[in-house]
Ligand binder design. Structure first.
Ligand code: ADP
Ligand code: MG
Length: 251
């Protein structure tokens, strides 16, 4: 089985600061690969390098076997890269269903044009409703986004990203700001999402990381100091030393 994402020796410098320092990792199909590390470790920088918002100083990025290192954001999206954005990417005044439906239409672009308008609409709504099923939003489809809770908006962002049918999803702290129940619901949704896409998950919530991840990479000062299965990372002496043994500070 070959990797969906393969990063080799990726580097990003901001002036004299090396934010990511020869980072290498792979994400396999359907894998949830968690990236953890203290604040300022370079996690968000790496995500931005991967999605193409930041150009790298060195290293390569392969997506499903293709070198995307020098491609634009839209070209990477077209090749199967998905990510969630901040809440502002949702349209507040339209409904949950319409937000997802628009993303489905954007993805299809011209493809639906061979059909008449009625069939086109039907295809969009069938797919939209299917996307809603594994979430807590199926019964909230006609609610305006502005009236959703924070947790519901986080779920909707994920569904909008999935409407683009990515092969790999980049998630930067999807649990941020969620209460316990909302986190549990997000964990359930991510378990469903992984059936359709591999996930690179940056997350502070260690309960979520240990519940979801197949493998974990630990980033400290821009460098990967440990990489392995969840059980290995939990017991890794270098990881424990980096965090002075305080597991609840692993983030
Ligand atoms: P994390 O997401 O792990 O908390 P970041 O990737 O946000 O870490 O930041 C890594 C380091 O790079 C930090 O020291 C941060 O201050 C620095 N940094 C991030 N983005 C920029 C930028 N655009 N310009 C300069 N320094 C940056
Ligand atoms: Mg960050």
């Amino acid at each position: 089985m070959s990797a969906i994402l393969k990063i080799d020796n990726l580097v990003k410098r901001f002036g004299g600061l090396t934010a990511t320092d020869h980072v290498s990792l792979e994400v396999m199909p359907h894998e949830i690969h968690a990236l953890i590390g203290p604040n300022g470790a370079g996690k968000s920088t790496l995500i931005n390098q991967l999605c193409g918002e930041l150009r790298s100083n060195a290293g390569t990025i392969h997506l499903a076997g293709r070198d995307v290192t020098n491609l634009s954001v839209p070209d990477r999206v077209a090749l199967g890269l998905g990510r969630t954005f901040q809440i502002t990417s949702l349209l507040d005044e339209v409904t949950v269903r319409e937000n997802i439906g628009m993303a489905v239409q954007v993805r299809e672009g011209g493809n639906f044009r061979i059909w008449d308008a009625a069939r086109r609409r039907h295809a969009v709504w069938v797919e939209t409703d299917a996307l809603l099923v594994p979430s807590q939003l199926a019964d909230r489809a006609e609610i305006r986004v502005a009236d959703l809770s924070h947790g519901e908006k986080k779920q909707l962002e994920l569904l909008v990203a999935m409407a683009m049918r990515p092969q790999l999803l980049l998630l930067d702290e999807p649990m941020a700001g969620l209460g316990h129940l909302e986190s549990q619901q997000m964990i359930g949704l991510l378990r469903r999402v992984r059936e359709d896409a591999a996930i690179l998950l940056v997350e502070h919530d260690m309960e979520a990381v240990f519940a979801l991840a197949d493998r974990v990479s630990v980033l400290v000062y821009g460098r990967i100091i440990a990489q392995g299965r969840v059980e290995e990372i939990r017991n890794d002496p270098a990881v424990r030393e980096a965090y002075l043994g305080a597991e609840d500070e692993l983030c």
